[in-house]
Design a protein. Structure first.
Length: 105
């Protein structure tokens, strides 16, 4: 299983637009066959900062996500709203040990 934590700093005047666009991306991403989770987290002490927690069955599923129309729509919509470039950091999930366990969370 591959997990990406994408750190996003949005310009304050675009926070609500970013939330709406990212929620739409979330709704479509969780329908992808290889997507296990797609959580959108907003930092409590700085509401212009977000973490997108994305879990995929494998590298192929993570790569397939970036080829979807909904990802391209999101990417293009939010590009000018960033206060700085977003940073995605990939992780290998250790626990739970199987991808099926994530479906029950």
């Amino acid at each position: 299983m591959i997990v990406a934590c994408v750190h996003v700093h949005v310009k304050p005047e675009h926070v609500e637009e970013f939330i709406q666009a990212t929620a739409e991306n979330h709704r479509n991403t969780i329908l992808e066959p290889g997507a296990l989770r797609f959580d959108v987290l907003q930092q409590l002490d700085d509401p212009a900062r977000f973490v997108l927690y994305e879990a995929y069955r494998d590298e192929a599923a993570a790569a397939a996500h970036k080829d979807t129309a909904h990802y391209a729509t999101w990417r293009d919509a939010v590009a000018d709203w960033m206060a700085e470039p977003r940073q995605g950091i990939k992780h290998r999930a250790l626990v739970p040990e199987t991808t099926d366990a994530w479906r029950t969370l």
